[in-house]
Design a protein around this ligand. Structure first.
Ligand SMILES: Cc1cc2nc3c(=O)[nH]c(=O)nc-3n(C[C@H](O)[C@H](O)[C@H](O)COP(=O)(O)OP(=O)(O)OC[C@H]3O[C@@H](n4cnc5c(N)ncnc54)[C@H](O)[C@@H]3O)c2cc1C
Length: 279
């Protein structure tokens, strides 16, 4: 199928993009890498009057390195991150995640902001940045507002982002030198979306022990204090000590009833814990 006819604008400032978005009464769509929006247009699942291409806005590819966090522009591509074009304060976690998204042609165009805004429950950034405690900074007509990535998605493909808001950046808290992480994406073929995601992050110097369970057909489960899931301690054998009934209860809370998805979620979380705690 072909998309319906639409107008196209390519502003070079965020202010102009916001103005165009504000004028369109919800009938326009922001275009970033087009890797999800393109198919949605072709299938006519999206029928905007106007596409606002934000990829020429320099502010959206800027990177700011501050003492406690790294702020990366929403239009950085997965490939930019895979190729190490941003400073690594995360023990290689961002690079690892980026490099396992789809295949190179998709990574060359797909952006971090587009991935978060699209909120596919199987998307890697939604789970990884939730695990890291990152915030999405939204440009709104009323100024900027920050939303924890963990609170961004309400369910599959549904977020708290309003039609007149644009994700401008993602603020990622830095990890200390002694931090450990594991991020396990299960997919049957390389380059596929995840069938399950498990993540564990332990940064004792910053008082963080977090976990994420993603690709569960709705927004990921983010556990801000994961110590109880692992018997209260971060240890080499903690994967074996995973409190499975507690994880299953979390899945019940999200109405995840499919036995296969529940099993994969447990396995992915255990494997992430193993990675994180490996000597
Ligand atoms: C074959 C294929 C395989 C894929 N595999 C994976 C995978 O394994 N893992 C994974 O995580 N992803 C995967 N993806 C998704 C891809 O990585 C992109 O991240 C994703 O498609 C959206 O990013 P985009 O920049 O292309 O956004 P677009 O397609 O341009 O936009 C997507 C949506 O977000 C909105 N949007 C875009 N940017 C912003 C912004 N800054 N502020 C507000 N709204 C915005 C758009 O209006 C649209 O609604 C795959 C895609 C394809 C085509």
């Amino acid at each position: 199928m072909k998309p319906v006819a639409f107008d196209y604008e390519r502003p070079t400032t965020l202010a102009d993009a916001a103005m165009l978005l504000g004028q369109s009464n919800g009938l326009s769509k922001v275009l970033a890498g087009g890797q999800s929006l393109g198919p949605m247009l072709n299938l006519r699942l999206a029928q905007p009057d106007l596409l606002i291409d934000i990829t020429s806005i320099a502010e959206l590819t800027a990177v700011h390195d501050s003492s406690d966090h790294l702020e990366v522009g929403a239009c950085l591509t997965h490939a930019n991150i895979e190729d190490g074009r941003i400073p690594d304060h995360f023990g290689g976690l961002l690079q690892r995640v980026a490099g396992r998204i789809a295949y190179r042609a998709v990574r060359n165009r797909g952006t971090v902001g587009g991935s978060l805004a699209h909120a596919d429950p199987a998307a890697d950034w939604l789970s990884a940045l939730s695990l890291m405690g990152a915030d999405a900074v939204l440009a709104t007509p009323r100024g900027n507002r920050a939303v924890a990535v963990a609170d961004l998605a309400l369910s599959s493909f549904t977020t708290v982002i309003r039609p007149d808001e644009i994700i401008r950046s993602v603020r990622i808290p830095k990890l200390s030198a002694g931090a450990r992480w594991g991020f396990y994406k299960f997919s049957q073929k390389a380059g596929e979306f995840a069938h399950a995601i498990g993540g564990v992050l332990h940064d004792p110097a910053r008082g963080r022990f977090r976990a994420v369970i993603g690709a569960i057909e709705t927004a990921p489960i983010v556990v801000a204090d994961a110590s109880a899931l692992f018997g209260g301690r971060f240890a080499p054998d903690m994967a074996e000590g995973l409190d499975e009934p507690a994880v299953l209860k979390l899945l019940d809370g999200k109405n995840v009833r499919d036995d296969y998805i529940r099993h994969l979620a447990l396995v992915a979380l255990k494997r992430a814990a193993k990675q994180a705690a490996a000597p």
